[in-house]
Design a binder for this molecule. Sequence first.
Ligand code: EPZ
Length: 416
Amino acid sequence: MDRFIIKGKNRLSGEIAVCGAKNATLPVMAATILTEGEFVLDNVPNLIDIRTMGHLLRILGARVEHDNGQLSIDTKNLNSWEAPYELVSKMRASIYVLGPLLARFGKAKVSFPGGCAIGTRPVDLHLMAMEKMGAKISIEHGYILAECDRLHGADIDFKKVSVGATANSLMAAVLADGETNLYNCAIEPEIQSFIDFLNEMGARISGKGTSHLQITGVSSLKAINSRMLSDRIEAGTFLIAGAITGSEITLTNCVPTHLGEFFDKLKLTGSDFNIEGSRITIKPASEIKPVNIKTAPFPEYPTDLQAQFMALMCLADGESIIEEGIFPDRFTHAAELNRLDASITIEGNMARVKGVKKLSGAPVMATDLRASAALVLAGLAAEGITDIARIYHIDRGYEDFEIKLQKLGADIRRVK
Ligand code: EPZ
């Protein structure tokens, strides 16, 4: 398995382009199941998770080709409705095929997604929504079996805001018979761009940007071309790379309005930003101030930037509290950061971070996608060598992560 070797304390400088968003692209790829035709998607990041979803679509019968940022998907011969265990177990987002398979074929057999490092990851809200629209659901031998001649519109109220359940329900509702109302939906930017994508395919969804979405089912949809939304989580990760190394760096291809609460919190730590259109330049603080955060659904502070912020708070001049409001177990990075001489204690879904004067490099292990990114950020700021094992987690969600950091002047290399 690949590892990263980082020699810390380099000052960074320069500019890098942010890629398309994994979490905007995965539901779009699943939605191609909804109709026969050829889709061409641009600004698609080259990531393990995107390749896994592409492989799943191939197993269902689609033709999928991906080269330098462009993904073409032909679903004319898509004829299977079974998502096998070996793929679903690799990536939770495989559950996204449940809604479109039901909508297109009236049946679906999807392996029950396993948990992962950030908790059990239930799918009860996905199944509740499908049942409300008429699907018969049973769970046998680790598979979700869903059947329904034709889905019908329904009023669905999510007891919890769920990005995945919102996306899955949208895909089931766009071809269902009649009106569907979804309440307490996710309003993440990736959901808003997904609504645009479905409406461009001919769907009739209103309420974008609000927690109440209304869908009028249509009889068919068409294949389209589309450009994927820029990745706000990659942008936030690199901005924290600037803050933690005290470096002024510039990101291009960003959507600054998607990082509202993140900017507010980073400014409180002492960083400042220069924003011109899709370009963001960070002006780092000379001294990092401690700031408390609580993660919650958009537009609050994003859970996918919690681990990265914790790395920054390890070097703050004081104590900060990080509360994880979405995935209570999402603190596996804390123990690894403590190996770099951070001082973090976990109390339930809260982490108490006592800032230290310096971090010192050590061998550590990546556990989940964003935790791995946090370890890289800490390694960039630590004295000496940090050796990070199992960095395939990073390759799931960041394209050419170490290459972009090298371009900014970081001393980081990948060893097989
Ligand atoms: C999406 O996961 C993202 N993944 C996650 O990003 C992100 O952290 C998360 O949304 C929250 O923003 C993709 O978009 C592919 P949820 P998802 O359903 O949809 C509970 C990354 O690093 N829940 O919004 O799985 C759930 O346990 C990944 O890129 C239920 O209880 O998250 C959690 O506590 C990690 N029942 C909360 O809701 C359900 O049926 C929010 O989860 C579904 C979810």
